[in-house]
Write a protein that binds this ligand. Structure first.
Ligand code: ADP
Ligand code: MG
Length: 266
């Protein structure tokens, strides 16, 4: 069964899509079977994966509405991970789902059909806490929260954490915060250090060790429809995302080992 991670933060421009795409590619490069779900109507993760969002039909919209088999919609990307594409149709899906039964569980039900084929499923969430994101949080085992190392970085985190708490109570008791990921970190700027210190003070070891630097190659890669390791594998951005993939894999191994030890204890 795949481990499902939602990449979420209702703030736009914090690095959700950059992280989803490049982590998917870095995990695939480490021989993991990965599915990336583009759940943002902007379709940026789809484009950045080299798939034209305008031609991606059917896509996540029809999957959420139960109109097509999820397996028939998935696309293999050049970087070696599979993609469930998304585009503006997802807005329509969200509206249609509003009146539906079990409307928060649609993505979970669909992902269950393909979960055995993957080690990891990553979900790139839209910048909101509405129904699409609730579907992601209901399907997920963990939430990966990119935090931009800028002023007001912590603003909004409490409403995200409240939402996660509410989802845990009502929809998905298993949901955990996988970690907070510092993104767009600028070494020449003291602010990054300040924000970093504040995050550690508030969230302790939930703050991931990997730090994603501000790196122009990361910003350029999407317009070429390529993850960073295809676009410029030696760049600081590429190296940082490979480090993040390693950290996620190590945490997963430690978690499974702890679960095994617990189940061995009489
Ligand atoms: P979100 O999905 O949270 O809205 P994005 O991943 O789309 O955020 O990032 C917002 C913008 O910042 C994009 O133009 C992206 O290319 C750029 N960006 C993201 N991460 C970095 C980084 N580490 N260094 C430089 N630019 C970045
Ligand atoms: Mg995005």
């Amino acid at each position: 069964m795949a481990r499902i991670l939602a990449v979420a933060n209702q703030k736009g421009g914090v690095g959700k899509t950059t992280t989803s795409v490049n982590l998917a590619a870095a995990l695939a490069a480490a021989r993991r079977k990965v599915l990336l779900v583009d759940l943002d109507p902007q379709g940026n993760a789809t484009m950045a994966s080299g798939v034209d969002k305008h031609e991606a039909k059917p896509n996540g919209c029809e999957v959420l509405l139960g109109e097509v088999e999820i397996g028939s919609v998935l696309k293999r990307t050049e970087a070696g991970y599979d993609l469930l594409p998304g585009n503006g149709d997802l807005t329509a899906a969200e509206l249609k789902l509003m009146d539906g039964m079990a409307r928060e569980h649609r993505l979970k039900e669909q992902l269950a059909k393909v979960a055995d084929n993957y080690h990891t499923i990553l979900i790139d969430c839209p910048p909101s806490l509405h129904l699409l994101t609730l579907n992601a949080l209901t399907a997920a085992d963990g939430v990966l929260i990119p935090v931009q190392c800028e002023y007001f970085a912590l603003e909004g985190l409490s409403s995200l954490l409240d939402t996660i708490k509410a989802v845990r109570m009502r929809l998905n008791p298993e949901l955990e915060v996988e970690g907070l990921l510092r993104t767009m970190y600028d070494v020449r700027n003291n602010l990054g250090n300040e924000v970093s210190a504040q995050l550690t003070q508030h969230f302790g070891d939930k703050v991931l060790r990997s730090i994603i630097p501000r790196n122009v190659r990361l910003a350029e890669a999407p317009s070429h429809g390529q993850p960073i390791h295809l676009y410029d594998r030696g760049s600081r951005g590429a190296i940082a995302y490979i480090g993040l993939a390693g950290e996620i894999i190590r945490r997963e191994r430690a978690m499974y080992a702890a679960q095994d030890a617990a189940s061995d204890t009489p």
